[in-house]
Every structure is written in structure tokens, then in C-alpha cells.
Ligand binder design. Sequence first.
Ligand code: R5P
Length: 297
Amino acid sequence: MIIAGLSGGKHLVDSLVTKLRAERVDVISRFFPDGEIYVKFEKEDLKDDLILLQSMYDNPNSKLIEYFLAAKTAKELGAKRIIGVIPYMAYARQDRRFKPGEAISIKIIADLIKKVGTDYIVTIDMHLHRLRGSELHDIFGVPVENLTAMPLLARALGDKIKECIVVGPDDEALEFAKAAASEFNLPYTNLSKKRISDREVEIVLSDKSIDVKDKDVLIVDDIVSTGGTIVKAVEILRSLGVKDIYVGISHALLAPGALDRINRARINDFYATNTVKNPLARVDVSELLYNAIRRLI
Ligand code: R5P
């Protein structure tokens, strides 16, 4: 088996090469002055199964093009099966036409990923709340392993996790809270929008039986981008009287200004996985990826 790390996946290559005892093939990728991307494998034939490792952040558009160029070239160079290991899958939030005329981005991206020769996809906490198992396969047209890093995020808190209530910052995050909480049999809930009137919306804990006053909470979510969702959740939980607040995130995208916003919120501990390179990364996902790859091949 061969592993090639593209620009968004190089930070995970070494540990996967070691765990899988695979051959590492370097890929050179760089930008031309006009912004086009150049890709070159440092080997002329790739006559084996190939793991193409690419997280689609930062600059998701160029990461995607780089992946397309590399996958198609790998097939031309003789690669047998291509396993696209894509710890962070971009464009997954646009998984339906929310407003008339919108592109259903993930369907188009999925189609292209398959067309360039991908045979399997392994990803983590892909933001496809509305789609499950066979629907995922229908969209991508190839088998998809959508792993979750939530148990790892819970474990990363050490003994402190045992005192926590796990909270998702919005309705969609309930499944993340459940996945993190189930590891330690903890109570979990999520914040939910309750419409008071046409003009007024209140954010409440969706499970009223859970009292967070004087308790520690771990907030979990798949993505932090601007930090707005998490900071709002922190404010609401503080107003409900919680004690310590910890935050664990799968994909810390950290748009400009996000770190400042997060620092101002005085969160006791804020950490993330290394699906994308980021200054908060403390949770290594390579074992999770390794186990999934092993199940596939
Ligand atoms: C949205 O549904 C996601 O799960 C995240 O909550 C969202 O992408 C976070 O974005 P931001 O940090 O910009 O609020």
C-alpha cells in the first residue's frame, strides 16, 4: 500500500505510514503565478492501492483541485484502488437547496471526487446531518466511512469529563453531544431555538429535565469557523449558571477573528482535533483513520 499526502494532509502522513507499514510517496504541489496548481508524484508508477490524504482546508477550492489532479494522475500511473482519506470534507454544509436556485454543493463535489477515480472515502464528522448510511453512498457513488471524533474529544478532557454534562450548541449538534456523552454514560442535551413570537427567538436547553446550574459542561460541535455559535452557546450556558466550560471541536477552521472571539469568551479549555492544522489541535485522529482504513482493505 502507498500513502501520498497532499498539502492538506501532510501533517498526518508520517503516523499513517508507520501504523500501516505503507510506502510513502511524496507529491509536489505548488501554485503557478496565475494561481493554477501544479501536481507531480515523485514516482513514475504507483502499481498498488493508494491512500490519498487530503483535508479540504484551508482554501478548500485549491485543496479540491489539487485532489482532483492527484487522483486522476494516480490512476494514470497505475494505482489500483484509491482510498480518499479526507479528514475534513469541505462543502458538506450545503447538502440541499435551502433557497430556490442554490447549488447543492456537496452532490457536485461528491460526483467529481468519484469521477477522478476515488474508490472509497474515509472522512470524519462530515456535516451531513440530513443524510445517513445508504444516502451517503447514493450521493458519493462509492462507499463512505463517516467516522466521529466525538468519543476522542470526550476522552481528551481526562478525569474532568466525569463531572460534565455534554451540550451541543444547536439542534443539529445533538448527535455529537450524544456520541461524546455515550463514551462515559454522561447526561447530554443541546441548545435549541424556541420561537416566542414572529420577532422573538429564545435559545433554551432542549431537555428541560437537565439542570446545568453549578455543573461543568463540555460543548461539542463538528466545526468552529467564526466562533459565533460557540461564543453564543457559552453566553447562554453562563446565564443558566454553569460552572466550568470546556469546548471540544472536530474541525477548527478558525476564520479570521475567531481566535480573538474565543479568547474573549474565557472558556476554561478549548481544544480540537488535528483533522486540519490549527493552533488548538490536541486530539490526534490518526488511530481513528488507521482503524477505518484497516476495515476497508
Ligand atoms: C453548523 O451547523 C455547524 O455545526 C457549526 O455550528 C457552525 O459551522 C459553526 O460556525 P461558526 O463558528 O461560524 O458559528
